[in-house]
Design a protein around this ligand. Structure first.
Ligand SMILES: [Zn+2]
Length: 422
Protein backbone atom coordinates (compact mmCIF):
# COMPACT_ATOMS: atom_id res chain seq x y z
CA UNK A 1 0.00 0.00 0.00
CA UNK A 2 1.46 3.42 -0.91
CA UNK A 3 2.29 5.71 1.98
CA UNK A 4 -0.13 8.60 1.66
CA UNK A 5 1.08 10.37 4.78
CA UNK A 6 3.45 13.31 4.65
CA UNK A 7 6.90 12.40 5.92
CA UNK A 8 9.64 14.59 7.30
CA UNK A 9 12.90 15.65 5.69
CA UNK A 10 15.69 14.57 8.03
CA UNK A 11 18.35 16.44 6.08
CA UNK A 12 17.21 19.88 7.13
CA UNK A 13 16.32 18.53 10.56
CA UNK A 14 19.94 17.42 11.07
CA UNK A 15 21.26 20.66 9.64
CA UNK A 16 19.22 22.59 12.23
CA UNK A 17 20.28 20.22 14.98
CA UNK A 18 23.94 20.86 14.13
CA UNK A 19 23.40 24.61 14.05
CA UNK A 20 21.78 24.80 17.45
CA UNK A 21 24.25 22.31 18.99
CA UNK A 22 27.07 24.77 18.27
CA UNK A 23 25.52 27.35 20.58
CA UNK A 24 26.97 26.94 24.06
CA UNK A 25 29.08 24.00 22.84
CA UNK A 26 31.61 22.80 25.39
CA UNK A 27 33.77 21.37 22.60
CA UNK A 28 33.54 17.79 23.89
CA UNK A 29 30.12 16.90 22.54
CA UNK A 30 28.13 18.67 25.26
CA UNK A 31 26.51 22.08 25.67
CA UNK A 32 26.41 24.60 28.51
CA UNK A 33 23.24 26.63 28.10
CA UNK A 34 21.59 27.31 31.45
CA UNK A 35 18.76 29.80 31.61
CA UNK A 36 20.05 33.39 31.64
CA UNK A 37 23.38 32.54 29.99
CA UNK A 38 24.68 34.18 26.81
CA UNK A 39 24.15 30.86 25.01
CA UNK A 40 20.52 30.79 26.14
CA UNK A 41 19.99 34.24 24.61
CA UNK A 42 21.83 33.33 21.42
CA UNK A 43 19.75 30.19 20.91
CA UNK A 44 16.56 32.14 21.49
CA UNK A 45 17.49 34.38 18.56
CA UNK A 46 18.26 31.40 16.32
CA UNK A 47 15.00 29.60 17.16
CA UNK A 48 12.99 32.72 16.39
CA UNK A 49 14.86 33.10 13.11
CA UNK A 50 14.18 29.47 12.12
CA UNK A 51 10.50 29.68 13.04
CA UNK A 52 9.92 33.02 11.34
CA UNK A 53 12.24 32.99 8.33
CA UNK A 54 12.59 29.29 7.50
CA UNK A 55 9.10 28.04 8.37
CA UNK A 56 7.02 31.20 8.08
CA UNK A 57 5.41 31.11 11.52
CA UNK A 58 4.09 34.12 13.43
CA UNK A 59 6.55 34.40 16.30
CA UNK A 60 6.16 36.11 19.65
CA UNK A 61 7.76 36.00 23.09
CA UNK A 62 5.37 35.96 26.07
CA UNK A 63 5.90 37.73 29.44
CA UNK A 64 7.85 34.78 30.94
CA UNK A 65 9.97 34.73 27.74
CA UNK A 66 8.55 31.50 26.30
CA UNK A 67 8.96 31.57 22.51
CA UNK A 68 5.84 30.80 20.46
CA UNK A 69 5.51 30.27 16.70
CA UNK A 70 2.02 29.92 15.27
CA UNK A 71 0.48 28.92 11.94
CA UNK A 72 -3.19 29.85 11.94
CA UNK A 73 -5.87 27.29 11.15
CA UNK A 74 -9.04 27.68 9.09
CA UNK A 75 -11.33 27.83 12.13
CA UNK A 76 -11.40 29.77 15.35
CA UNK A 77 -10.33 26.86 17.56
CA UNK A 78 -7.78 26.38 20.33
CA UNK A 79 -4.25 25.50 19.15
CA UNK A 80 -2.52 22.17 18.86
CA UNK A 81 0.84 22.95 20.45
CA UNK A 82 4.08 20.98 20.17
CA UNK A 83 7.27 21.87 21.98
CA UNK A 84 9.76 21.49 24.79
CA UNK A 85 12.57 23.62 26.25
CA UNK A 86 15.89 24.85 24.88
CA UNK A 87 17.90 25.46 28.06
CA UNK A 88 20.34 22.83 29.35
CA UNK A 89 21.68 21.82 32.71
CA UNK A 90 25.24 23.08 33.33
CA UNK A 91 27.54 21.08 31.03
CA UNK A 92 24.65 19.02 29.71
CA UNK A 93 23.93 17.25 26.44
CA UNK A 94 22.70 18.37 23.02
CA UNK A 95 19.43 16.42 22.99
CA UNK A 96 17.57 17.19 26.22
CA UNK A 97 15.03 19.84 25.28
CA UNK A 98 16.04 21.19 21.84
CA UNK A 99 15.26 17.86 20.19
CA UNK A 100 11.60 18.33 21.11
CA UNK A 101 11.59 21.86 19.75
CA UNK A 102 13.15 20.88 16.43
CA UNK A 103 10.71 17.96 16.15
CA UNK A 104 7.82 20.37 16.78
CA UNK A 105 9.09 22.71 14.06
CA UNK A 106 9.61 19.79 11.67
CA UNK A 107 6.07 18.49 12.19
CA UNK A 108 4.60 21.91 11.44
CA UNK A 109 6.88 22.54 8.46
CA UNK A 110 6.16 19.10 6.95
CA UNK A 111 2.42 19.62 7.26
CA UNK A 112 2.72 23.10 5.76
CA UNK A 113 4.76 21.89 2.79
CA UNK A 114 2.39 18.96 2.27
CA UNK A 115 -0.43 21.51 1.99
CA UNK A 116 -2.35 20.15 4.97
CA UNK A 117 -5.34 22.40 5.63
CA UNK A 118 -5.74 22.39 9.37
CA UNK A 119 -8.71 23.68 11.33
CA UNK A 120 -6.81 24.30 14.57
CA UNK A 121 -3.86 26.68 14.74
CA UNK A 122 -0.59 24.71 14.90
CA UNK A 123 2.00 26.13 17.26
CA UNK A 124 5.42 25.37 18.63
CA UNK A 125 6.63 26.57 22.01
CA UNK A 126 10.07 26.71 23.58
CA UNK A 127 9.66 27.04 27.32
CA UNK A 128 11.84 29.23 29.52
CA UNK A 129 14.07 27.69 32.20
CA UNK A 130 12.86 24.09 32.35
CA UNK A 131 16.03 22.87 34.02
CA UNK A 132 17.17 23.76 37.56
CA UNK A 133 19.03 27.09 37.34
CA UNK A 134 20.68 29.73 39.54
CA UNK A 135 17.23 31.22 40.25
CA UNK A 136 16.07 27.92 41.81
CA UNK A 137 12.88 27.97 39.72
CA UNK A 138 12.67 25.07 37.26
CA UNK A 139 9.92 24.49 34.64
CA UNK A 140 9.48 28.25 34.95
CA UNK A 141 7.82 28.86 31.58
CA UNK A 142 5.28 26.04 31.69
CA UNK A 143 4.47 26.57 35.37
CA UNK A 144 3.79 30.23 34.69
CA UNK A 145 1.39 29.68 31.80
CA UNK A 146 -0.37 27.03 33.89
CA UNK A 147 -0.92 29.70 36.58
CA UNK A 148 1.31 27.90 39.09
CA UNK A 149 3.77 30.79 39.52
CA UNK A 150 2.56 34.30 40.31
CA UNK A 151 3.87 37.70 39.33
CA UNK A 152 4.35 38.61 43.01
CA UNK A 153 6.50 35.53 43.62
CA UNK A 154 8.55 35.84 40.44
CA UNK A 155 9.29 39.54 40.99
CA UNK A 156 11.03 38.68 44.26
CA UNK A 157 13.28 35.97 42.83
CA UNK A 158 17.02 36.54 42.58
CA UNK A 159 19.86 34.19 41.64
CA UNK A 160 22.74 33.05 43.85
CA UNK A 161 24.63 36.26 43.01
CA UNK A 162 21.71 38.58 43.70
CA UNK A 163 20.73 39.19 40.05
CA UNK A 164 16.98 39.71 39.77
CA UNK A 165 14.88 37.31 37.71
CA UNK A 166 13.19 40.35 36.18
CA UNK A 167 16.54 41.36 34.64
CA UNK A 168 17.11 37.89 33.18
CA UNK A 169 13.57 37.63 31.82
CA UNK A 170 13.76 41.13 30.31
CA UNK A 171 17.04 40.21 28.58
CA UNK A 172 15.24 37.18 27.09
CA UNK A 173 12.41 39.33 25.73
CA UNK A 174 9.79 38.94 28.49
CA UNK A 175 8.47 41.19 31.25
CA UNK A 176 7.47 39.86 34.66
CA UNK A 177 5.12 42.78 35.33
CA UNK A 178 2.81 41.34 32.63
CA UNK A 179 2.82 37.76 33.95
CA UNK A 180 -1.00 37.44 34.19
CA UNK A 181 -1.11 37.84 30.38
CA UNK A 182 1.05 34.73 29.96
CA UNK A 183 -1.63 32.49 31.49
CA UNK A 184 -3.16 29.93 29.13
CA UNK A 185 -6.26 27.78 29.40
CA UNK A 186 -8.02 24.97 27.56
CA UNK A 187 -9.70 27.56 25.37
CA UNK A 188 -6.23 28.60 24.11
CA UNK A 189 -4.57 25.17 23.88
CA UNK A 190 -6.48 22.15 22.62
CA UNK A 191 -3.62 19.71 23.15
CA UNK A 192 0.08 19.76 23.95
CA UNK A 193 2.51 17.18 22.57
CA UNK A 194 6.12 16.95 23.72
CA UNK A 195 8.87 14.76 22.36
CA UNK A 196 11.81 14.17 24.68
CA UNK A 197 14.70 11.80 25.12
CA UNK A 198 13.94 9.04 27.61
CA UNK A 199 16.98 9.74 29.83
CA UNK A 200 16.94 6.13 30.99
CA UNK A 201 17.63 2.72 29.44
CA UNK A 202 14.23 1.09 29.29
CA UNK A 203 13.64 1.66 25.55
CA UNK A 204 17.22 0.79 24.60
CA UNK A 205 17.11 -2.45 26.58
CA UNK A 206 13.75 -3.37 25.06
CA UNK A 207 15.09 -2.41 21.57
CA UNK A 208 12.01 -0.25 21.03
CA UNK A 209 12.33 3.11 19.19
CA UNK A 210 9.35 4.89 20.76
CA UNK A 211 8.01 5.28 24.29
CA UNK A 212 4.45 6.49 24.77
CA UNK A 213 4.38 8.13 28.17
CA UNK A 214 1.43 7.36 30.43
CA UNK A 215 2.33 9.74 33.27
CA UNK A 216 5.09 11.79 34.87
CA UNK A 217 6.56 11.21 38.32
CA UNK A 218 6.04 13.56 41.23
CA UNK A 219 9.07 15.61 42.31
CA UNK A 220 9.68 16.94 45.80
CA UNK A 221 12.62 19.25 46.46
CA UNK A 222 13.71 20.52 49.83
CA UNK A 223 16.53 22.85 50.83
CA UNK A 224 18.04 21.80 54.17
CA UNK A 225 20.36 24.06 56.10
CA UNK A 226 22.55 22.74 58.90
CA UNK A 227 24.12 25.27 61.25
CA UNK A 228 26.86 23.90 63.50
CA UNK A 229 29.91 25.63 64.82
CA UNK A 230 33.08 26.53 62.90
CA UNK A 231 36.14 25.99 65.06
CA UNK A 232 39.83 25.11 64.98
CA UNK A 233 40.40 21.74 63.28
CA UNK A 234 43.38 20.96 65.49
CA UNK A 235 42.57 22.18 68.94
CA UNK A 236 38.86 21.33 69.16
CA UNK A 237 38.36 17.88 70.64
CA UNK A 238 35.88 15.54 68.96
CA UNK A 239 33.44 15.71 71.87
CA UNK A 240 33.26 19.52 71.60
CA UNK A 241 32.54 19.64 67.90
CA UNK A 242 29.30 20.58 66.12
CA UNK A 243 30.37 19.54 62.63
CA UNK A 244 27.79 20.64 60.07
CA UNK A 245 29.30 18.54 57.27
CA UNK A 246 29.02 15.30 59.25
CA UNK A 247 25.39 16.10 60.08
CA UNK A 248 24.72 16.82 56.41
CA UNK A 249 26.40 13.57 55.36
CA UNK A 250 24.22 11.68 57.83
CA UNK A 251 21.12 13.27 56.29
CA UNK A 252 22.19 12.14 52.79
CA UNK A 253 22.81 8.59 54.02
CA UNK A 254 19.51 8.56 55.93
CA UNK A 255 17.69 9.47 52.72
CA UNK A 256 19.30 6.56 50.88
CA UNK A 257 18.30 4.15 53.65
CA UNK A 258 14.71 5.41 53.71
CA UNK A 259 14.29 5.01 49.96
CA UNK A 260 15.80 1.51 50.06
CA UNK A 261 13.58 0.50 52.97
CA UNK A 262 10.43 1.80 51.25
CA UNK A 263 10.85 -0.77 48.45
CA UNK A 264 8.44 1.21 46.31
CA UNK A 265 8.74 0.90 42.56
CA UNK A 266 10.21 4.04 41.01
CA UNK A 267 10.89 5.81 44.33
CA UNK A 268 14.30 7.52 44.36
CA UNK A 269 16.01 10.08 46.57
CA UNK A 270 19.07 12.22 45.89
CA UNK A 271 21.16 14.90 47.55
CA UNK A 272 22.35 16.67 44.41
CA UNK A 273 23.77 19.82 45.94
CA UNK A 274 25.95 19.92 49.02
CA UNK A 275 27.94 22.94 50.09
CA UNK A 276 29.86 23.61 53.26
CA UNK A 277 31.08 26.78 54.89
CA UNK A 278 33.78 27.95 55.30
CA UNK A 279 35.20 24.99 53.27
CA UNK A 280 38.76 25.32 54.55
CA UNK A 281 41.28 22.62 55.41
CA UNK A 282 41.82 23.64 59.01
CA UNK A 283 38.32 24.66 60.05
CA UNK A 284 35.52 22.39 61.25
CA UNK A 285 32.59 23.06 58.88
CA UNK A 286 30.23 25.52 60.54
CA UNK A 287 27.35 25.28 58.07
CA UNK A 288 26.09 22.94 55.40
CA UNK A 289 23.46 23.36 52.67
CA UNK A 290 21.82 20.36 51.03
CA UNK A 291 19.32 20.05 48.22
CA UNK A 292 17.21 16.97 48.75
CA UNK A 293 15.10 15.57 45.95
CA UNK A 294 12.58 12.72 46.10
CA UNK A 295 10.78 11.31 43.05
CA UNK A 296 8.08 8.70 42.81
CA UNK A 297 4.96 7.49 41.06
CA UNK A 298 2.66 8.40 43.98
CA UNK A 299 2.46 11.46 46.24
CA UNK A 300 1.90 9.17 49.17
CA UNK A 301 5.26 7.43 48.77
CA UNK A 302 7.05 10.75 48.29
CA UNK A 303 5.48 12.41 51.31
CA UNK A 304 6.04 9.42 53.58
CA UNK A 305 9.74 9.53 52.70
CA UNK A 306 9.95 13.29 53.28
CA UNK A 307 8.28 12.92 56.67
CA UNK A 308 10.61 10.11 57.70
CA UNK A 309 13.58 12.20 56.62
CA UNK A 310 12.33 15.10 58.75
CA UNK A 311 12.21 12.73 61.76
CA UNK A 312 15.71 11.48 61.01
CA UNK A 313 17.08 15.04 60.78
CA UNK A 314 15.58 15.89 64.18
CA UNK A 315 17.53 12.99 65.68
CA UNK A 316 20.72 14.03 63.84
CA UNK A 317 20.35 17.62 65.08
CA UNK A 318 20.06 16.39 68.65
CA UNK A 319 22.98 13.98 68.36
CA UNK A 320 25.37 16.58 66.90
CA UNK A 321 24.12 19.74 68.60
CA UNK A 322 23.36 21.50 65.32
CA UNK A 323 20.33 23.44 64.11
CA UNK A 324 18.61 22.07 61.01
CA UNK A 325 15.98 23.96 59.01
CA UNK A 326 13.89 22.82 56.04
CA UNK A 327 12.50 24.83 53.17
CA UNK A 328 10.27 23.02 50.67
CA UNK A 329 11.02 24.37 47.19
CA UNK A 330 8.91 22.08 45.03
CA UNK A 331 6.12 19.58 45.69
CA UNK A 332 4.88 18.46 42.32
CA UNK A 333 2.30 15.68 42.30
CA UNK A 334 2.60 12.80 39.81
CA UNK A 335 0.71 13.70 36.65
CA UNK A 336 -1.17 11.25 34.45
CA UNK A 337 -1.20 12.20 30.75
CA UNK A 338 -4.26 12.40 28.48
CA UNK A 339 -5.65 8.92 27.64
CA UNK A 340 -7.30 10.26 24.46
CA UNK A 341 -3.95 11.49 23.11
CA UNK A 342 -2.17 8.32 24.18
CA UNK A 343 -4.75 6.36 22.18
CA UNK A 344 -4.25 8.54 19.08
CA UNK A 345 -0.48 8.06 19.28
CA UNK A 346 -0.87 4.29 19.67
CA UNK A 347 -3.13 4.21 16.61
CA UNK A 348 -0.54 6.18 14.62
CA UNK A 349 2.18 3.78 15.75
CA UNK A 350 0.08 0.78 14.68
CA UNK A 351 -0.71 2.34 11.28
CA UNK A 352 2.97 2.98 10.61
CA UNK A 353 4.05 -0.34 12.20
CA UNK A 354 6.32 1.47 14.64
CA UNK A 355 7.11 -0.64 17.72
CA UNK A 356 6.46 1.21 20.97
CA UNK A 357 6.37 0.70 24.70
CA UNK A 358 4.13 2.45 27.23
CA UNK A 359 6.11 3.82 30.16
CA UNK A 360 6.05 6.22 33.11
CA UNK A 361 8.46 9.16 33.10
CA UNK A 362 10.84 9.36 36.04
CA UNK A 363 12.02 12.80 34.90
CA UNK A 364 9.92 15.93 35.28
CA UNK A 365 8.88 17.76 32.14
CA UNK A 366 7.02 20.84 30.97
CA UNK A 367 4.20 18.47 29.93
CA UNK A 368 3.48 17.94 33.65
CA UNK A 369 2.28 21.52 33.97
CA UNK A 370 0.57 21.61 30.60
CA UNK A 371 -1.42 18.53 31.70
CA UNK A 372 -2.73 20.52 34.68
CA UNK A 373 -4.96 22.63 32.41
CA UNK A 374 -5.22 20.92 29.03
CA UNK A 375 -4.71 17.56 27.30
CA UNK A 376 -1.02 16.73 27.23
CA UNK A 377 1.00 13.80 25.96
CA UNK A 378 4.62 12.82 25.57
CA UNK A 379 6.71 10.60 23.36
CA UNK A 380 10.15 9.33 24.30
CA UNK A 381 12.98 8.31 22.04
CA UNK A 382 15.77 6.07 23.37
CA UNK A 383 18.81 7.54 25.13
CA UNK A 384 21.86 5.49 24.19
CA UNK A 385 23.38 4.03 27.33
CA UNK A 386 20.66 5.83 29.31
CA UNK A 387 22.97 8.86 29.46
CA UNK A 388 21.52 12.31 30.03
CA UNK A 389 22.44 15.67 31.58
CA UNK A 390 25.99 15.01 30.38
CA UNK A 391 28.05 15.39 27.19
CA UNK A 392 27.48 11.74 26.20
CA UNK A 393 23.75 12.21 25.69
CA UNK A 394 22.86 10.57 22.35
CA UNK A 395 19.81 9.48 20.39
CA UNK A 396 19.75 7.85 16.96
CA UNK A 397 18.26 10.09 14.26
CA UNK A 398 16.39 7.12 12.76
CA UNK A 399 14.37 6.92 15.99
CA UNK A 400 13.71 10.66 15.88
CA UNK A 401 12.45 10.29 12.31
CA UNK A 402 9.94 7.65 13.41
CA UNK A 403 8.77 9.93 16.21
CA UNK A 404 8.28 12.88 13.84
CA UNK A 405 6.22 10.82 11.44
CA UNK A 406 4.16 9.40 14.30
CA UNK A 407 3.49 12.94 15.56
CA UNK A 408 2.56 14.17 12.08
CA UNK A 409 -0.17 11.56 11.87
CA UNK A 410 -1.29 12.22 15.43
CA UNK A 411 -1.66 15.94 14.71
CA UNK A 412 -3.62 15.22 11.52
CA UNK A 413 -6.07 13.01 13.40
CA UNK A 414 -6.26 15.42 16.31
CA UNK A 415 -7.11 18.27 13.97
CA UNK A 416 -10.33 16.50 12.94
CA UNK A 417 -11.60 16.67 16.51
CA UNK A 418 -13.20 19.62 18.25
CA UNK A 419 -13.37 18.06 21.69
CA UNK A 420 -11.26 15.56 23.57
CA UNK A 421 -13.40 15.45 26.67
CA UNK A 422 -15.13 12.16 27.28
ZN1 LIG B 1 14.35 18.17 29.24
Amino acid sequence: MPNLLPTCDMLHFMDRFDRISKIGSTGDGGVHRPFGSTADLELRDLLQHIAREEIGLEVHVDPIANIWGIRLGSENLPAIVLGSHHDSVPHGGRFDGPLGILVALEVIQTLKEYGFHHRHPLAFVSFTAEEPNPFDVSTMGSRTIAGRLTKEHLLQVTDWDGRSLQDAITAAGGDLTHIPLARKSKSDIFAFLELHIEQGRRLELAKVPIGIVTGICGIYREHITVVGEANHAGTTMLRDRHDALLAGAQIALALEELVKAAQTDGLVGTVGRFTITPNAANIIPGACDLMVEIRGATSDAIHRTAQSLAKATTAIAKQRGVVITHDVLLDQTPQPLAPELIELMKQAAHTQTIPFQSLFSMAGHDATHMASFTHAAMLFVPSIGGKSHCKDEFTEMRDVELAINLLIQTVMKLDLLSSLDI
